[in-house]
Design a protein around this ligand. Structure first.
Ligand code: ADP
Length: 491
């Protein structure tokens, strides 16, 4: 690429020389012709002769430009663009081109599904994509098109990048990693250029996987405030996603923690229309992850106990915990990992820079009551670490349906009030959602007069319903503490 740009610059310089010589010869000839009667001496003829020589020289140089370039490069180690401004310009273009090139090289992933512990359902969903990449004919024969884009939604450290790499590893296809932030440039058009380059490379290397981490950095909803660079990058991303079909063999996987801030256009059919929610690992997942990390290690750790003590840990946090414990073992010249090492590691994580939240029994109890109250009211499955319960979602929701959704968001708070006789600051997102929905009922559809009054009425209803079912809530709480999940059968 750099060579190409050198050649182009030489070519341009020669062309300019030839054109200037021709223009000057014409001008000179015209002047001589017009004022031939006044010309004394032969200086004009010398001038025109010189220009002719210049023209011939440029033609000769142009014909031999390749030899000349090689000569200059080999003998003197300098580039033919001698002009210092050109040099600067060339340096900048080279830099950005190198930038583009270095970032947009695929890697071969040696991670497979075996390296991803737990999250069975997510792996099953993605196996179809792996199969498609391995046997495209099987799908194309029936005209089946797979989603172009898969959006992995989940908190940091739950393994989104690892999963995407495992898909590439299983399918043995090139893996293009880009973080959303790397598309954000100061100069308008640079991000868009990078997106284009990424997709060009992905198509050239197809079948391949493009992974865009933290896509929200570029895919945030376009707001009133203009941000030309981000908008042009997002538009380019949308255009590129529309520009290839399911048969091209390029699958785009993106990851985000904040699906709610993404521009609607990204989530429309034909773009990221398949969404997979990757939650914090549940009991079973944590067991498998810890088993994976403790495999082949000399350890006296009771995995079941550790699993119970690590509710709320992300997969990455579990990996860090084991790593820190092993470091402590080595520091103390021990050969076998024991619970002491785990305690030291836990303290480090809880109070160290990373500050991983470790739930004690009392906190787990509060969280369990909160979550089972929501499960009881919504009659739907929920896990200890899930954030919200499912909602009614009709096209034309009635007043009662809208109120039912508010009820589901408030159930946890009222459940705690009823059982613990105390208010807790526990999940502000549920509360925000409840107030947002109440705002829609009151201000958008004018179905009620006052937001606070509506919320207060719904809380009263909840209080009556939950206080007459305290025994049931407590029964569900015990199941939740044991299994970290309440299923429909439990309800
Ligand atoms: P995210 O992309 O969601 O922020 P990563 O995929 O970067 O998370 O995960 C960080 C690290 O945590 C991984 O490199 C891996 O060591 C560990 N990890 C995450 N999920 C798993 C899992 N399911 N099984 C094993 N290790 C995991």
């Amino acid at each position: 690429m750099q060579q190409d740009s050198n050649n182009k610059n030489i070519e341009k310089n020669f062309k300019l020389m030839i054109i200037s010589a021709i223009v000057l010869i014409v001008l000179f000839s015209y002047t001589i012709y017009k004022s031939s009667s006044n010309i004394q001496g032969s200086s004009y003829y010398f001038g025109i002769g010189f220009l002719f020589i210049l023209l011939i020289l440029s033609l000769v140089l142009r014909a031999n430009q390749n030899k000349l370039r090689k000569y200059l490069e080999n003998k003197k180690g300098i580039k033919p663009n001698i002009n210092s401004f050109d040099m600067e310009l060339q340096k900048t273009t080279q830099k950005t081109q190198e930038d583009l090139e270095s970032n947009i090289k695929p890697v071969t992933s040696n991670i497979t599904f075996k390296d991803v512990a737990g999250i069975k359902e997510i792996k099953e969903e993605l196996e179809e994509i792996v199969d498609f990449l391995n046997n495209p004919i099987k799908y194309n024969k029936f005209g089946v098109k797979l989603p172009k884009g898969v959006l992995l939604v989940g908190a940091p450290g739950v393994g989104k990048t690892l999963i995407a790499r495992a898909v590439a590893g299983e399918a043995q296809v090139p893996f293009f990693y880009q973080s959303g932030a790397s598309f954000v440039h100061i100069y308008v058009g640079m991000g868009a250029k990078k997106v284009r380059e990424l997709f060009t490379q992905a198509k050239l290397n197809a079948p391949s996987i493009v992974f865009i981490d933290e896509i929200d950095a570029v895919g945030k909803a376009r707001s009133g405030k203009s941000n030309d660079e981000r908008e042009s990058t997002l538009n380019e991303l949308l255009t590129q996603m529309d520009g290839f079909d399911g048969e091209s063999g390029v699958i785009v996987i993106a990851a985000t923690n904040k699906i709610e801030v993404l521009d609607d256009a990204l989530l429309r059919a034909g773009r990221f229309d398949r969404r997979l929610y990757v939650g914090l690992p549940n009991i079973e997942d944590r067991k498998q992850i810890l088993e994976l990390y403790l495999k082949d290690k000399n350890s006296k750790i009771d995995i079941e106990r550790l699993v119970n003590e690590t509710a709320g840990f992300s997969s990455a946090a579990l990996s860090t915990l084991v790593n820190e414990a092993l470091l402590n073992m080595i520091k103390n010249n021990k050969k076998v990992l024991d619970y002491n090492d785990i305690e030291v590691a836990k303290n480090k994580l809880e109070f160290g820079k990373k500050q991983i939240k470790i739930l004690d029994n009392e906190q787990k109890d509060i969280l369990a009551i909160y979550q089972v109250s929501k499960a009881f009211i919504s009659k739907s499955k929920i896990s200890l670490l899930d954030e919200s319960v499912s909602k009614l979602n009709s096209t034309y929701p009635s007043y009662s349906e809208l109120c039912e959704n508010i009820k589901r968001d408030l159930a946890g708070f009222v459940g705690l009030e009823v059982i613990k006789k105390e208010k807790f600051a526990i999940n502000s997102e549920d509360l925000d959602r409840a107030y947002k929905s109440a705002d829609i009922v009151v201000n958008r559809y004018k179905m009620a007069n006052n937001i606070d009054e509506l919320i207060s009425n719904i809380k009263d209803e909840l209080r009556i319903e939950l206080s007459s079912n305290v025994a049931e809530i407590n029964r569900l709480k015990e199941i939740m503490l044991k299994n970290e999940v309440i299923t429909i059968e439990d309800l």
